[in-house]
Write a protein that binds this ligand. Sequence first.
Ligand code: NAP
Length: 896
Amino acid sequence: MPEAMVATRDAKPADATAQQVDVAVVGAGFAGLYLLHRLRKAGFSAVALDEAGDVGGTWYWNRYPGARCDILTVDYSYTFDPELETAWTWSEKYATQPEILRYLGFVADRYDLRRDIRFHTRVKEARWDEASERWLLTTDNGAPVSCRHYIMATGCLSTPKPPEIDGVKDFKGEVYFTGRWPHDGVDLKGKRVAVIGTGSSAIQSIPLIAEQATHLTVFQRTPNFALPAHNGPVPADRASLLQADRAAYREQARWSLAGVPLPQQTVVSWQLSEAERRARFEDAWSKGDLVHMLTQLWADQGVDVDGNRLVCDLFREKIAATVKDPDIAAALMPDDHPFGAKRPCLDTNYYATYNRPNVTLVNLRQEPIKAITSGGITTARRSVDLDVIVFATGFDAMTGAIRAIHPITGRGGRSLSDVWAQGPQSYLGLTVEGFPNLFMITGPGSPSVLSNMAVSIEQHVDWVVDRLAGLRAAGFTTMEPTETAQAGWGRHMADCAGLTLHRLANTWYTGANVPGKAQGVMPYTGGVGPYRSICDEVVTRGLLGFRLKGPNGAEQCNDGEVVRLQPDVRLVLNLLASLNLPPIESMGAAGARAFVGEFNKGRPAGRPIGEIVDGTLPGADGPLSYRLYRPATPGPHPIVVYFHGGGWVLGDEQSDEPFCRDMVRRTGMIFVSVNYRHAPEHRFPAAAEDGHAATRWIADHAAELGGTPSPVLVAGWSAGGNIAAVTCQLARDRGGPAIAGQLLVCPVTDCNFDRPSYTENATGYFLTRSLMDWFWDLYCSPADRTDPRVSPLRGKVSGLPPAFIVTCEFDPLRDEGIAYAEALAAAGVPVEQLKARGQFHSSYTMVDVVITGVPGRVQMAQALRRFAGLPPDIARSDERGQVQANPGHRIEAAAS
Ligand code: NAP
């Protein structure tokens, strides 16, 4: 149904004097311009409103000396029109603010956009009118606007933060804000200048201000990481890639993590030698590319404190090598946040500027500003006389421009400020429950500032305009997310943020730079490509999580949460799905073993530990190989007998190596992984009997293995969890060995497939119902399946060692694991459960791949240590020191 027809149904316009449009847009920067173009092409009437005197958005306002793009400008461009791409050529690798502003003016001219923009016009208020289903905007210049849809293209960093320092009004000299720099420039020659702040704006402008000013004093609260831009022509490698296949280059950017066509790193820091790491860092340093430095060194640089610390150390070396005065160098070295957790900067001569005689660095951590006076700035230790103060103090980021500039009142009179009082809530960072037909381009909750904004803007604009066209075609008039969808998105956002190191820094990403602002990671940290696929999935699943309404009570709502998996689990499962693998059960046992062997070759081997020793031990019916994993700490250590997963059919003593290594590091205990006999060659009860026999032998030989005297502990994953559970029952019934505790990770505990988890998770989560069927068939005849040696849930469960039982939400085995935990608890066995939300059957053993498994493994390790009578935590620093003290362990040398 055409929008015009919908509009005629309105009883009367909300305000007869208002400008009537289908869509109103706030902002005429990168996002607003493309929106106008797309809306027009889609047949919507639209107006954009902007306080500025011309197009450009952030590039209109930020005219301070040195203002440049800090992402390669060939990447920071529109890609929607191939002709536009070839009609404009950037002169530099990092274009200046004037050149970018010219580009945006060129785009506005080319598509004749200015005729629909009202400049010098600020929206004072926006109110949803339920009766007409339209937004009514009042402005400070000209007619109000009545629109069906209201789109915020306000940018993420457009509302400067107030100075928050007493006395600014008393200062008799000149005061400037980098974010509102005078259009006719500022002459700083012969002047004593202060710059407050050392973020991106300051770091770009300080070297140029120092060249002009008589003296420059920089007031630094937090030192920041800065990388030299090495500006010049567009790098030849990128230019030739672009020219070779422009469409493929752009497409790669769209599906990348940061919106720049760079691959995802897979090698983790500890797989590289120090020399290799240094070489990678030097290469990144010489490239002068922030996104490269942020993503291409090693895979754990942004998710692991240790992997990140290596980068920080290398940065600090560079600062020390550039800044001649060691005290100034030390003051410039960031030490309170991981690299990348606060927005790093791109500079030209920044650190070298501090070697100039006319530049002074004031470290506000040691001497905070007491006041700004009429003549300058007074700190706890000095008074600095000044002619000019430049505030490079940043922005009320992400929410400021949406929330602070004007009241937005949604359905039922709800104010967006109130709804966001505890931090921004949104669905997809695009929409807010209670605010129908309100859209945010690169809003909080979307990748926005953690991405190449040009790519994220185009994705959002396309998504929104396509939805508006879809609504119109289907005859709906309003679109609004549901509470369920929004709450789910909030959880997914938190899951993603938990993977990163952003939580370890106070930054504008988290709202920490604005006193009193609610704190929390505001941008979506899951990456541009994954985010795009989620937005697409919302559409393919019938606009999942949106309620659409139309005339005569027409309504459509497919409610639900778009991502319930942990973010890394989602990536792993999507990757597996894309491989289109044949079902494992179709491969035969030998084929399946070969497949799993190949699959395991591609995974990270696991972090260094003290020692790995292979041996054999007597099983129930012949020798079994084992692999012993020893911590780097001095022994003797408690021993955990470990049984690997693989449905009694697959795997061996090495197949869960990353898990064993990780648990050894976390527990400080020895893990002995036993290669029990497998089906179909050795059917039930071979594996169970081997489990018990091996545990008894290990307990009897604990001292020889470097262990503390018994009791031992047992642990296992999947079918290995089954064997561990059965071993505890057999040990209780057969006079030993004494077992101090059992860790059962996603264990098989029963032969019954009727529990809901078997239906809900029958397919799609790697371990399928049909695969479990196959495993059972190979291992155990139907007549034996209720035997407690394979279905321990059916055995006597009292008198067992304390248990820690892990179950995963998206695992067919979930409910039988829970049932076992409940049965043990009912029988008086001390039991702790970890019911892992969003995880799948393999989450915890995919160490260094499923990073969200870390907290769960920490809990498992703590439980094992408690069972062994040790304090729950092992100090990480001890662990590192001890690894260094034992560098020569056998297998490690080969592995790293
Ligand atoms: P910013 O990164 O937030 O930096 C503000 C600086 O001012 C920080 O050093 C901050 O210290 C300091 N500061 C704030 N309030 C202060 C106070 N009351 N007293 C003393 N110091 C204070 O702001 P920005 O430099 O304008 O950059 C914001 C973002 O805009 C960047 O991170 C980047 O994303 C974007 N940007 C991009 C470009 C580009 O593409 N070329 C250029 C400029 C900006 P604390 O760190 O201690 O809070």
